[in-house]
Design a protein around this ligand. Structure first.
Ligand code: 6R9
Length: 690
């Protein structure tokens, strides 16, 4: 019987015996029976519901409001207690936190010794070895594979031995460019196990984007696959890595996992990962790491320059992913958690890997797309795998709802309890459809607001309270420890009360928050701590209702959100400006029915150009796709003789946004422009192009 973590006996001591773990990893049985797995998955034994956080029952705190207050008023007691009860430690920490929001200095669980991979795998392999750790939902429906905790522990140990055997050591950065699979998750957790810092790069990014991330972190080791399979198509991943590595002298080795087994060219730095795994030992002693040792970094777009390698640490991140997964989605023992995000994004890190596995849950590794082989894929999968939770992106919902209800209704969705979404605002129409059609009006909608930088969910309608009211289309309430604050962007004053709109900041530190931008702490401080001193600034704007609920109004900087992917306008402009015929460009977002935000590029050409307009447009689209990724392709490119600029030469994006949104009567004051006549030209050209 699977042990309930927060009440498990030896977990409450807060001290973990490393030798116990070594023994268990050494003695795992080799034989694995395939029978009974289905019933293990279908057996959704619900634990008898207790209070949200039983750790505080002794304090007489049972309601969410009381517990939330405790988390804000006594954060050291709150998080310290949970860190000890929910995580296994080699050595207890001596201080719960040492944080200063004024200087962006964030440290949690000081002097504690821990290993995230042990918390995600070994302790469950020990207590419930035959429990399904993950279901690998491969591209072709019906070809899923089940991996138990014991099987996964063996794979993890093998992977750790392979990496170590090739000289990968604590503190090294390892780039992972792989499709979702148990091997990819093992690669991430093997890094965590030996103390290397993983940097997963979404396996849809171009060679140039991958190379930029490899060079930024001076990565020596890359782990990839021969090919990926998505939506029935083969994607040549190794080829992208080959192209990237050519420009990265720091790379010493590339491990190649065989996803399809098709032959791909191998060079002298390439290593056949499957062969190595086959012969590696399946027991491995994890490194004893410090709470604050970096666990991973993950690149995300900023408003200027190159993407930022947001860095998270071992213990704080893990605790926050663990707590949010369990409480936001009311995860119960025996349930199957289905987050369809890719591991290349933070949602995949926190809610495919670290959150579910640290809770001993069964997690889903979804390799396909929402429309393969047809728009019923998600719901057919829900029926076949009996998923209890699904966590997806609003852009997918908007696309699916256009295909009609029949794709949903033909499948049995009675296993579903919670319907989550993340990445962009969930509009009313999509909310209604999700709630009424998908969820038959009986499942909570968990609209979750958070970021790569927050490590886990920060605002969500039911952050532990099973009966709290839910309002459509807003994430509403802060999670434990999060105190949202709205500040006036001009006066920098705090906006109190309801019915106010401002810059969304957070007042107090929480364990899951990012520690730095890898290799550029100054940029970290400038981006998140300089604009509103004393607070963490998210970059988003928010509205607080009369009742104190939060609704996100969108980015306040030049970051676009295209189908839930963050993209800096500067990143796209850089690519466009590199074209020999382009003088300058400005990229803005505009409302897009499916993608949430579309990309609109205003491009000024040089006086003499070598190509026709048509060729140029196609060049520019292709360049964005091949140098950044397919979702970076502009939806519109407008060739224009100039851009609206202030006298000091600043592009007035406000005006471009209105033109792109087709709202020429809302342009506002254009008198401060150096040449106001350009606006009329732009409006005319835009209208002609429609
Ligand atoms: C987890 C993730 C973060 C940005 C964030 C915001 C937008 C995320 C949202 C949302 C409205 C929600 N965002 N969740 N906007 N409602 N529920 O998406 O991380 O890729 O770093 O993006 O996404 O603008 O600042 P990340």
């Amino acid at each position: 019987m699977f042990r309930c973590l927060h009440r498990g006996s030896n977990l409450l001591t807060g001290v973990f015996n490393a030798s116990l773990l070594r023994t268990s990893a050494n003695t795992v049985s080799i034989l694995e029976t395939k029978t009974g797995r289905k019933s293990a998955i279908n057996d959704n034994t619900r634990s008898i519901s207790t209070t949200p956080l039983p750790e505080f029952d002794k304090d007489g705190l049972k309601s969410h409001d009381d517990l939330y207050r405790l988390s804000i008023e006594k954060p050291d007691y709150f998080w310290g207690t949970l860190a000890r009860s929910r995580l296994q430690w080699y050595e207890d920490f001596s201080l719960t936190k040492d944080c200063d929001m004024k200087s962006g200095h964030i440290r949690w669980f000081l002097d504690g010794k821990i290993n995230a991979s042990v918390n995600c795998v070994d302790r469950h392999a020990e207590s419930s070895p035959d429990k399904i750790a993950m279901i690998w939902e491969k591209d072709e429906p019906g070809t899923q594979e089940y991996v138990t905790y014991r099987e996964f522990q063996k794979l993890l140990c093998k992977m750790s031995n392979v990496l170590e055997g090739h000289g990968v050591k604590q503190g090294d950065r390892v780039a992972i460019y792989m499709p979702k699979s148990p091997t990819a998750v093992a690669a991430m957790l093997a890094c965590a196990r030996i103390g290397a810092i993983h940097s997963v790069v979404f396996a849809g990014f171009s060679a140039e984007a991958l190379a930029g991330r490899i060079m930024d972190a001076q990565v020596e080791t890359v782990i990839t696959a021969d090919q990926g399979v998505r939506g029935g198509k083969i994607i040549d991943l190794k080829k992208v890595v080959d192209d990237a590595v050519q420009t990265c002298p720091c790379v010493k080795r590339v491990f190649v996992y065989q996803r399809t087994g098709n032959e791909v060219p191998m060079s002298n730095i390439d290593i056949n990962l499957d062969k190595e795994l086959e012969s590696a030992s399946d027991s491995h002693t994890p490194a004893v790491l410090d709470s604050e040792d970096l666990l991973f970094m993950l690149y995300t777009s900023g408003s200027t320059g190159k993407p930022k390698g947001i860095a998270h640490s071992q213990a704080g991140y893990l605790l926050y992913a663990n707590m949010t997964m369990k409480h936001v989605f009311d995860y119960k023992e025996g349930e199957t958690f289905g987050c369809v995000a890719d591991i290349g994004w933070i949602t995949g890190h926190s809610y495919v890997v670290y959150g579910p596995l640290s809770n001993g849950a069964t997690t889903l590794l979804f390799e396909s797309t929402p429309v393969y082989p047809d728009p019923g894929r998600y719901w057919e999968m829900v029926e076949r795998l009996k998923l209890n939770h699904i966590y997806l992106a609003p852009t997918a919902l908007r696309m699916l709802l256009k295909n009609g209800d029949e794709w949903v209704l033909k499948y049995d969705r009675s296993s579903l309890r919670k319907l989550g979404c993340v990445g962009e605002p969930l509009n009313n129409e999509a909310w209604d459809w999700y709630y009424n059609v998908v969820g038959e009006g009986r499942c909570d909608i968990c609209d979750t607001w958070w970021q790569t930088e927050t490590g886990g969910i920060a605002i969500t309608p039911r952050p532990s309270s099973p009966d709290a009211e839910i309002r459509p289309a807003m994430p509403m309430r802060p999670f434990f420890g999060i105190e949202p604050v709205l500040l006036d962007p001009v006066t920098k004053q705090e906006l109190t009360g309801g019915n106010v709109k401002g810059a969304l900041c957070v007042r107090h530190p929480w364990p899951g928050m990012a520690r730095t931008i890898y290799g550029d702490h100054d940029r970290f401080l400038k981006t998140y701590y300089a604009d509103y001193p004393g607070f963490y600034f998210s970059g988003d704007g928010a509205y607080r209702t009369q009742d104190g609920y939060y609704q996100i109004t969108g980015r306040m900087d030049d970051v676009l959100n295209v189908s839930g992917h963050r993209l800096g306008t500067a990143e796209i402009e850089d690519v466009i400006d590199d074209h020999e015929d382009v003088a300058e460009s400005a990229v803005v977002g505009f409302p897009h029915e499916i993608k949430g935000e579309g990309i609109y590029a205003f491009v000024v050409l040089k006086d003499r150009v070598s190509k026709s307009e048509e060729e140029l447009m196609s060049d520019l689209k292709h360049a964005c796709k091949s140098r950044v990724s397919s979702f970076a392709q502009p939806d519109f490119i407008l060739l224009t003789p100039g851009l609206p600029k202030t006298r000091s030469g600043k592009i007035m994006r406000r005006i471009l946004r209105k033109i792109a949104a087709n709202k020429p009567d809302e342009l506002g004051d254009v008198s401060t422009l150096f040449d106001p006549s350009i606006v009329e030209i732009l409006v005319d050209k835009h209208q002609q192009s429609l």
